[in-house]
Design a protein around this ligand. Structure first.
Ligand code: PMP
Length: 967
């Protein structure tokens, strides 16, 4: 090559050896022109044509014919001479991608060079050069590589694209130049151009570009991703790329060693091998399977081909992981143990020493070490790598800290893939890896259990099948588990990366996207609720905020306050994930967050929610459906948003229709929290912070067959109590000269302490009131909607038909809605010209919810459930009553039950303190109960209607234990 410099510019005059095949020269020249024409005009030399337009001229000398070309000289710096930066690498990768894109549409017969030494497609030829490698270690390393290449790479090559490639992109052929103040990349020396696997282009370039780089992972990622953006790589190409990079290096050292033999005094040949050998040795520390994953990830593919399929299998409802410990991780209290900087951890030998006071208080059964957490302090320097200066710090599994020797069960069926003792300090100790099938797609994945006890080795053998739920080991002690506080390291792998016995439990932060595809979140199997991983501010913070933001008049249940974060069916879950059996929430009637109701709500809320001033079918459908469940006369519905509002409206209807205000209420009755309802609620105005009975209110004696003046459930008792209603009517008449507007009563008294009235009581009371011109209002806010099991409405127990029925709480399963239902006649009289408008009442979302609630009650047979389980509970509560004489009375029906606690059966003195103690003790034992009644001595049972027989057993068991504790 001659540099031709003139005042007009610089050129390179290339005079070829006569041995060069002119067809090859023509192919090179045509390739340059093709690149010029397809977007790379500044990036490769220009071909200067001869006088008669020839691209390749020739000169015939005495020896023969030489091809002669004149190319433009590219100004710039050699890549080998400049400072390498990540930005530069991306530019080179981008350039390479453009080069491949352009060359993929180029072809020339001269590029098909038979027996061309430097064609990577013929790398097997290197085998014959191995003898030229002097150093035994080097030779063996290369022999290994060749064997691997022949076994694994060669069979794959035929699936890779072919193209003409430059084939020698190295840092002395790459030129960096500046144009318009921007750095650009150019390429020279097309002398090794040939047809081969197109991926060879990238492999050759990377074999050079990686030399001397500190972080092989990062540089590889950058080049591949930049290349891929310009010229998308095929999966098979990504799969062989690492092998080909190493083969190019091997080829290069083999060829130069062979040449060194022929030119024994040419030291340069041997010295120039050094960086290639060094890189080859460093690459020995790279797991090829991991490198393929990394390349795939750099090319925007899942790092593991089967990742998506495996993860969707792990997510599917077909997979039903069994519990892994004797405790149920899903329902036991836990806490996240932050391990990102807790160095002292390595000195903690017992699980108990990890627990804080608050853990003990919360009954914390296990602690979680998070997946994806930074583990900066545990990575010993001994893991320092020649591949990357970056330490592996991100946790790829989930830790479950629990007592040593806890039995461990397999969550899934599978086979023992490996069982090994990784007994270096801070390693896994005894480690089990199981292999599992992922559905029927011929896919497998793996689960790893680290830090087990040595007893595990006696339980299993490699290759053995394991059933879901089978005992597979025990949690190891500090002395055997690698020197950790007892815990299980649980990890899922979508590939074993050709490893056995051990597997990285932490990965490089910068490679997290690769690691996450290899090791997906183990919670796909443990399936703990999302809140399990939340950070928690602490009960006291919440209490303080609540006091400040919500004012002091709100109360909080239990001495040991409860932070509930999730509900499902008959269960509530606190912030620690602990499951509580809900025996109190009669509002979430068909179960907490019932999917059918939630779905109906979501669906309607995403379509329309507006007021009732437009026609809408759903409100009519729901009104028809709910009135069909009531006696025929109760046929007109008013929709409101709460029980309080419903009672307010019921009063307003009664008072408007009768033209008078006076109202008879039951002692201890509660009907709402707003002005008019507090005025008719002795439960409120007679107690702390109350006021004297309003003049227009008359209180009828509470018809309590256990603690009241008249005992028993007979009609006589009922009539005796009804006399008090009669007395109220008389009092009103005496004071005003007319009868009452209304008599309002719950059909079974809830706030009064689950008091079922004696027979005939309401019937007689209604007669008395009606004969004085008053209306009868049944408050079914607590006891309606099938709760009592035998009947849909509690007033049916008393064989009465009210004039107005008030519905609330369960009607919307927690969605704020309520209703007042009355007769056609009363609705007509109420329409005195004043419009009834309610912004929210009767909106389409509420109506859809109401419908869904009724669907569930009917379709899940919840009334029957209430009757059966309720009877079973009554039977068992009565058994407890025989055992504990402080249970004075067991009463109620269906899922509306009460246990009244007394000092003694003789005195029937309320045992309020005992009731409080029991409710608080039950809370500690995961059962939520409340007390009610005028003296707060009635244990009140009104659970979601999905409460099961098993739940009943659990409750009776815990109640028995609590009672025995306080006796
Ligand atoms: N009536 C009764 C019998 C109730 O128990 C309640 C609520 N405890 C109400 C009315 C008031 O309902 P809300 O809280 O929805 O206003």
């Amino acid at each position: 090559n001659l540099l031709v410099s003139t005042v007009k510019g610089k050129w390179v005059l290339k005079i070829s050896n006569i041995a060069e095949d002119p067809a090859v020269i023509v192919a090179q020249t045509r390739a340059l022109i093709h690149l010029q024409q397809t977007g790379l005009q500044d990036c490769v030399p220009n071909v200067m044509k001869g006088k008669s337009g020839e691209e390749v001229c020739s000169h015939v000398s005495a020896q023969g014919r030489h091809c002669i070309r004149l190319l433009s000289f590219l100004e710039g710096e050699l890549y080998s001479k400049i400072q390498k930066t990540p930005g530069r690498l991306i530019e080179v990768g981008t350039f390479l991608g453009r080069l491949s894109r352009s060359l993929s549409s180029f072809g020339h017969p001269g590029a098909h060079r038979e027996n061309f030494l430097w064609n990577l497609d013929h790398a097997v030829n290197c085998e014959s050069y191995l003898t030229h490698i002097e150093d035994g270690n080097n030779r063996r390393m290369l022999a290994d590589l060749l064997e691997h290449y022949q076994k694994r790479t060669l069979p794959r090559l035929k699936y890779c694209r072919g193209a003409v490639i430059h084939n020698d992109v190295n840092d002395n052929n790459i030129i960096v130049f500046t144009k318009n103040q921007q750095p650009h990349i150019a390429l020279i020396d097309f002398g090794d151009l040939c047809y081969g696997r197109q991926i060879n282009e990238l492999a050759v370039a990377m074999a050079y570009l990686l030399q001397g780089e500190k972080n092989l992972y990062e540089v590889s990622q950058q080049i591949v991703s930049a290349y891929h953006r310009q010229f998308p790589l095929h999966e098979i190409e990504l799969d062989v790329l690492f092998d080909l990079i190493r083969m190019r290096l091997a080829m290069s050292v083999c060829i130069s060693s062979m040449r060194a033999k022929s030119f024994a005094d040419n030291d340069y040949l041997r010295i120039s091998q050094q960086p290639a050998f060094e890189l080859l040795w460093r690459m020995r520390s790279i797991n090829p399977a991991f490198m393929t994953a990394l390349f795939r990830s750099a090319a925007q593919l899942p790092a593991v081909r089967e990742h998506h399929e495996i993860v969707s299998w792990l997510r599917s409802s077909k997979l039903n992981p069994q519990r892994m410990f004797d405790i149920d991780l899903k329902t036991s209290a836990r806490r996240v143990l932050k391990l990102d900087s807790a160095v002292d951890m390595l000195r903690v030998e017992d699980f108990g020493d990890l627990l804080t006071g608050e853990d003990v208080y919360n009954n914390t059964a296990f602690l979680i070490g998070l997946y994806g957490e930074a583990r900066n302090v545990y990575q010993a320097e001994q893991f320092a790598s020649v591949v990357t200066p970056e330490r592996r710090t991100v946790h790829l599994g989930m830790d479950i800290f629990i007592h040593a020797n806890s039995a461990l069960y397999s969550p899934l069926a599978g086979r023992v893939y490996s069982l090994a003792d990784n007994n270096l300090p801070q390693d896994y100790g005894p480690t089990l890896i199981l292999e599992h099938d992922a559905g029927d797609a011929n896919l497998v994945f793996y689960t790893l259990y680290g830090h087990l006890s040595k007893t595990t080795f006696d339980l299993l053998d490699e290759g053995q099948c394991v059933e879901a739920g089978q005992l597979i080991g025990h949690v190891g002690k500090f002395s055997e588990n690698g020197g950790w506080p007892p815990h299980l390291h649980f990890q899922v792998m979508t590939t074993m990366l050709d490893l056995k016995g051990n597997f990285n439990g932490v990965g490089e932060k910068s490679l997290l996207s690769v690691w996450r595809d290899i090791c997906p979140d183990p919670n796909l199997i443990t399936r703990l609720a999302p809140e399990s991983f939340d950070e928690y501010k602490g009960i006291s913070t919440l209490i303080e905020q609540r006091r400040r933001l919500l004012g002091p008049s709100l109360s909080l249940s239990y001495r040991h306050k409860l932070n509930v974060v999730r509900g499902s069916g008959a269960y509530l879950y606190d912030h620690t994930g602990r499951q509580f059996l809900d025996c109190v929430n009669n509002i979430c009637h068909v179960g907490h967050c019932h999917p059918h109701v939630v779905d109906a709500l979501l669906r309607q809320a995403s379509v329309l929610n507006t007021n009732t001033r437009y026609l809408h079918q759903t409100i009519l459908d729901y009104s028809k459906r709910i009135t069909d469940l009531l006696p025929e006369s109760l046929s007109v519905v008013f929709f409101v948003n709460s029980g309080t509002e419903a009672n307010e409206l019921a009063l307003r209807i009664a008072r408007t229709v009768t033209g008078v205000k006076d109202t008879i209420v039951l002692d201890w009755g509660y009907h709402g929290n707003a002005g008019a309802t507090v005025e008719i609620s002795p439960y409120k105005f007679k107690r702390k912070g109350g006021f004297s009975k309003p003049e227009f209110v008359e209180i009828a004696e509470f018809p309590d067959p256990f603690s009241g003046r008249y005992k028993g459930m007979s009609v006589e008792t009922g009539f005796a109590y009804a006399k008090s209603v009669s007395a109220c009517v008389d009092a009103i008449r005496q004071r005003t000269g007319h009868g009452p507007a209304a008599f309002i009563a719950e059909s079974i008294s809830g706030v009064g302490g689950q008091v079922v009235y004696p027979d005939g009581y309401l019937d007689k009371a209604y007669q008395v009131v009606r004969s004085a011109g008053g209306l009868c209002i049944a408050d079914e806010v607590q006891c309606g909607f099938g709760r009592i099991g035998s009947h849909f409405w509690a007033f049916e127990l008393q064989k009465v038909i009210p004039d107005i029925v008030v519905l609330g709480k369960p009607i919307g399963n927690g969605h704020p809605m309520a209703a007042v239902i009355t007769t056609n006649e009363l609705a007509g009289k109420f329409a005195n010209g004043m419009e009834y408008f309610n912004s929210f009442g009767g909106n389409p979302v509420s109506m859809a919810v109401g419908m869904a609630v009724l669907d569930v009650i009917e379709n899940q047979g919840l009334m029957q459930n209430a009757e059966q389980v309720g009877d079973y509970l009554l039977f068992n509560f009565n058994k407890l009553k025989k055992k504990y004489n402080k249970i004075g009375d067991v009463r109620g029906c269906g899922f509306f039950l009460g246990l009244e606690l007394v000092e003694s059966l003789e005195t029937r003195k309320p045992a309020a303190e005992l009731a409080g103690d029991i409710v608080n003790d039950l809370r500690e034992n995961a059962v939520l109960f409340s007390t009610d009644g005028p003296n707060d001595n009635v244990l009140k049972f009104k659970p979601p209607m999905v409460f099961s027989m098993d739940d009943a057993d659990f409750l009776v068991d815990k109640l028995d234990a609590s009672l025995s504790k306080f006796y």
